[in-house]
Design a protein around this ligand. Structure first.
Ligand SMILES: NC(=O)C1=CN([C@@H]2O[C@H](COP(=O)(O)OP(=O)(O)OC[C@H]3O[C@@H](n4cnc5c(N)ncnc54)[C@H](O)[C@@H]3O)[C@@H](O)[C@H]2O)C=CC1
Ligand SMILES: O=C(O)[C@H]1O[C@H](OP(=O)(O)OP(=O)(O)OC[C@H]2O[C@@H](n3ccc(=O)[nH]c3=O)[C@H](O)[C@@H]2O)[C@H](O)[C@@H](O)[C@@H]1O
Length: 452
C-alpha cells in the first residue's frame, strides 16, 4: 500500500521504517528540512536501537520529503504523527496537528484516503481534524475526494520502539467507516497475523502468533491512549508511594514489588520504584487527561495524586544527599545517566535535569555522564552550569557523592571497587534501586536506595 507519514520523530520514523520493512511504500514527510536531509542520506537523527539497521533493510520502500504534495497525493493511508507538547494549562498544543490536517486537505489525491491520527490528541480531535480537512478541500477547484478520519493510538516505548511496533500487545483502530477499517486492516495484516519474516536483530517473541485488534469508535480509541498512559504512570507512582512508606517502616520496596507483582492480577512490570517517570508523554498525557476532565466537571483525583507522588520522588534524591552530607554548598556530585530512561538519548522531562538544577542552585558542582545522551545534553542544556564527562572513573575523582539517575545496564559493570578510593565521600544514591547493593557496600560505598 502507499503510505504517507506526517512527522518523522520517534513515532513517525519508527512507524514509517516498520511499515516499509513490511513491504508498504512509505513517504516520510517533515517540515524540518535538516532532519529530512539527514534521513535522505540514511542517517537517523535520534538514538533508537536497531532503527538504522531496519532503515537499511527497508530503504527501497522508503523516501523522505518536505513537500506535502509529493507525499499526500498518491497516499491511500496518511498518518499524522506530529508532536503534541503540553501547554502551561495542561492542554496539549495542537498547532502541528492542525497544520498537518490542513496540509492533507490541500493535497489529497482523488481516490479514497484514510487519514489516521497517531499523535496523542484529546478526545474529540478526530472530529475537528475531519472538519479542517473538509474546509481545506473546499478551497480547491476540483471535486472533493472521499476520505475518512481514524484514530490509531501509539503505544511504543522509546528504547524498544521497533520491537513494540512489530510485536505490539494490541492494535487499536478507532473508526466507524468500513472502507477505512478495511484499508487499515490490510495495512496492519502482517503485524496482526505475524506472518512476516522478522529481521535477525529483532526476533519475534516466543509464542506470539497473532496480535489482538481492538476496533472502537473514535472517542473510545482516543481515550484508550490516555487511559493506558495514566494507568502506567499511576502504577509507578503507587510503588513509589509504597517506597516512601517502606523506608520509614524498615521494609524493602523491591521485595514488595516482587511480592505483589507475581500476582497475575497486578503484574510485575512498571513496579520499579525510584526517582519516578520522566519523558515526553506521562507528564504531558496525565496533564491533558486532567484538563479534559476539568472541562466536564471531573477532578481525576487518582491521576492528580500520581503526578504529586512523581514530583516528590525527584526531590527525595536531593534530600538524601543533604541528610547524609549535611551541607551541599561546595560539594561535588556526579550524576550517572541523563536520558529519561535507558536506550534513548531523549531528554524531554528528564529527571536528571531537575536534579542537576536543584543541586546547582544549592551551590553544588555537578558532573554528569551518560552513555549516549551527552552530546544532546551539551546542545540542549547550554544554560546549565554543569561539567560533562565521558568516563565514569574520571567523573568520580574527588566527588562527594554519585547519583544513579538512569538505569543504563552498563552502570552495573562499572569497576566500583576502583572508584570508591578516588572519591572524597564514597556515597551512592541509587535512584532506580538498580545496582547490586551488597557489591557496592563491599566496594566501600555507602549505598542508599529509595525505599529499601
Ligand atoms: N515519543 C513516544 O515515545 C511516543 C509519542 N506518542 C505521541 O506521538 C506524537 C509524536 O511524538 P514524537 O514522535 O515523540 O514527536 P517528535 O517531536 O519526536 O516528532 C514530531 C515531528 O513532527 C514534525 N512536524 C511538526 N509539525 C509538522 C507539520 N506540520 N508537518 C510535518 N511535520 C511536522 C517535527 O518537525 C518533528 O520531526 C505525540 O503526540 C506523542 O504524544 C505516542 C506514543 C509514544
Ligand atoms: O505515549 C508514550 O509516549 C509512551 O509512553 C511510555 O513510554 P516511554 O515514555 O517511552 O517509556 P517507559 O518505558 O514507559 O518509561 C517512562 C518513564 O517511567 C519510568 N519508569 C518505568 C517503569 C518503572 O517501573 N518505573 C519507572 O520509574 C522510566 O524510567 C521512564 O522515566 C509508555 O510506556 C508507552 O506505552 C507510550 O506509548
Amino acid at each position: 500500500m502507499q503510505v504517507a507519514i506526517i512527522g518523522t520523530g520517534y513515532v513517525g520514523l519508527t512507524t514509517g521504517v516498520a511499515l516499509a520493512y513490511l513491504g508498504h511504500r512509505v513517504v516520510g514527510l517533515d517540515v524540518d528540512a535538516a532532519k529530512v536531509n539527514r534521513l535522505q542520506r540514511g542517517e537517523i537523527p535520534i538514538y533508537e536501537p536497531h532503527l538504522a539497521e531496519l532503515l537499511q533493510l527497508a530503504r527501497k520502500n522508503l523516501t523522505f520529503t518536505t513537500d506535502y504534495a509529493t507525499a499526500i497525493a498518491p497516499a491511500q493511508v496518511v498518518f499524522i504523527a506530529v508532536g503534541t507538547p503540553a501547554l502551561p494549562d495542561g492542554n496539549p498544543d495542537l498547532t502541528y496537528v492542525r497544520q498537518a490536517a490542513q496540509g492533507v486537505g490541500w493535497h489529497l489525491g482523488q481516490n479514497f484516503t484514510v487519514i489516521v491520527n497517531k499523535s496523542t490528541v484529546p478526545i474529540g480531535s478526530g472530529n475537528w481534524v475531519e472538519t479542517l480537512i473538509d474546509e481545506a478541500l473546499k478551497t480547491r477547484a476540483h471535486n472533493a475526494p472521499p476520505f475518512a478520519v481514524a484514530s490509531n493510538p501509539e503505544f511504543l516505548r522509546e528504547g524498544s520502539a521497533l520491537h513494540d511496533t512489530l510485536y505490539p500487545d494490541r492494535v487499536v483502530l478507532g473508526t466507524q467507516a468500513p472502507q477505512a477499517l478495511e484499508l487499515l486492516h490490510t495495512l496492519y495484516q502482517p503485524i496482526l497475523e505475524q506472518n512476516f519474516t522478522p529481521p535477525s536483530f529483532l526476533p519475534r517473541p516466543a509464542g506470539l502468533v497473532a496480535v489482538p485488534l481492538i476496533t472502537a469508535d473514535l472517542a473510545s480509541a482516543e481515550l484508550i491512549k490516555y487511559a493506558a498512559n495514566a494507568f502506567l504512570a499511576l502504577k509507578i507512582s503507587f510503588i513509589n508511594e509504597m517506597a516512601q512508606l517502606a523506608e520509614r517502616v524498615g521494609a524493602d520496596v523491591t521485595q514488595i514489588a516482587r511480592g505483589i507483582g507475581l500476582d497475575q492480577r497486578i503484574g510485575s512490570q512498571f513496579l520499579q520504584a525510584g526517582i519516578g517517570w520522566g519523558g515526553s508523554c506521562f507528564g504531558k498525557d496525565t496533564a491533558a487527561l486532567i484538563a479534559t476532565a476539568r472541562d466536564y466537571g471531573l477532578g481525576m483525583g487518582i491521576v492528580q495524586a500520581s503526578r504529586l507522588v512523581n514530583a516528590q520522588q525527584r526531590q527525595w534524591v536531593v534530600d538524601k544527599l543533604l541528610q547524609t552530607l549535611k551541607i551541599l554548598k561546595g560539594r561535588r556530585i556526579g550524576l550517572l545517566g541523563l536520558a529519561f530512561k535507558p536506550h534513548t538519548d531523549d531528554l524531554r522531562d528528564a529527571p536528571a535535569l531537575e536534579i542537576a538544577q536543584q543541586l546547582v542552585e544549592r551551590g553544588v558542582g555537578v558532573r554528569v555522564h551518560d552513555p549516549v545522551a551527552l552530546p544532546r545534553a551539551q546542545r540542549e542544556w547550554q544554560k546549565l552550569e554543569i561539567q560533562y564527562y565521558d568516563n565514569v572513573k574520571t567523573l568520580a575523582q574527588d566527588c562527594d557523592g554519585l547519583v544513579l539517575v538512569t538505569d543504563w545496564p552498563e552502570y552495573r559493570d562499572v569497576a566500583w571497587e576502583e572508584l570508591a578510593p578516588l572519591m572524597r565521600h564514597a556515597l551512592l544514591v541509587d535512584g532506580r534501586n538498580f545496582l547490586d547493593r551488597e557489591r557496592l557496600r563491599q566496594a566501600g560505598f555507602t549505598y542508599l536506595g529509595l525505599g529499601r
